[in-house]
Ligand binder design. Sequence first.
Ligand SMILES: Cc1ncc(COP(=O)(O)O)c(C=O)c1O
Length: 445
Amino acid sequence: MNSGGSGFGIEELPRIVRGRGSYLFDAAGKRYLDGSGGPAVFSVGHGHPEVNSAIKQQLDEIAYGYRYVFTSSSLEQLTKTIHRLCGGVFQDLVYTGSGSEAVEGAMKIALQHFAARGLMSKRRFIARKRSWHGNTLGALSISDFLQRRRAFEGSLLDATFVSAANAYRLPDGVSRVDLVKHLADELERTIVSLGPQTVAAFVFEPIVGAAGGVVPAPAGYAAAMQAVCRRHDVLFIADEVMCGSGRTGTWRALEHDAVVPDLMCIAKGLAGGYIPLGATLVTAQVAAPIRAEHGAFMTGHTFTGHTAACAAGLAVQHILERDRLLERVRAAGAALQETLRGALSAFDEVGDVRGRGFFIGIELVRDRHTKAPFSAQRALSFDIGARAFADGLICYPCSGNVDGVSGDTIIIAPPYNASDGELEEIVVKLARAIDAALSNHGGIS
Ligand SMILES: Cc1ncc(COP(=O)(O)O)c(C=O)c1O
């Protein structure tokens, strides 16, 4: 990006000045409909007066009480709320300032768990191809996102990657019916060949976000993978940073699969973008040896459990419960997916429309039958994203889902309280952007 006058490369972007509900406004007065909640963050939209007033009130009282010295009402109430929203399945939680830290925290707690049990050889992580877990070195090490890893290769942890669970892009020779068994067998073989005594945890996104363009795992996948992990004393870590906190219509994405992971990471929708906030959630079984041997989790940072961030999270979660937004996401999400499928069916290049709730992915392919992607050089998803943006719609273009380089997907992830009219506007503008991008390819395929 051009670094321009300031040297920080921000001159090319419009200057944001205001947000209200599902809309954002730039300094030139242009209005944008937030069709992707930024990167699937804004769960209750922008400028919500109740969230703003909860934050202001907290700031007026105290911005932040350092976690080793004080607790606070906001922190305690948010913790109880998360506990309840998760159905009481987690006993402990460590707050973080981002999704990457939440993943980093889960990795460290997994290692600490085995250290507390005297199993110091259990150090290795198994993750999946075409996954994204964050930008810190640990989280990046378990992420298979070529462009984002490349500059750091050589300094990353030596993680092991198994296949993605993608029903649209099946492994060679594997049918949809056999997919879950195939993937569970692969995980078991991998653990056995590494030696179960060396493996600490398997980490996965229940619905892959940016690295896959919203890829829900097939039915039965999470349970089958968890059963393999259980057999080999390997912890099962669900990264719900993007798909969790209600985005798919249940508070935990894995609720849909009736699976409780050993550790779970959340962030984006928790405080809905008002103040950075995430958390690593821990079951009693994982926490018990740590509590017994070490007393406390050895992770967290200065701003862990920041009081104003907790006040924001509490207000967002209060709105989500009071306004029954999970129900809204379930019902309107299914309808939105159907409407998108219908509106985009005229384009041969739309290979797949998938997802759950307000987390929908659209995959573009050069050939619907072979599912061959467009060349990376064409940058189709970014072209669509740019055209939508010019037309006042924010969507989330992603690339590289097929082989790390090629593959074009668009993520739609509106605020949970987006109106029917706003959802309709997303469909119309996205179809227009796809049409324009496909008709103006400049000779590149
Ligand atoms: C699944 C998943 N995990 C982790 C992260 C990292 O979160 P953050 O960017 O807040 O550090 C992301 C961010 O996109 C994500 O989608």
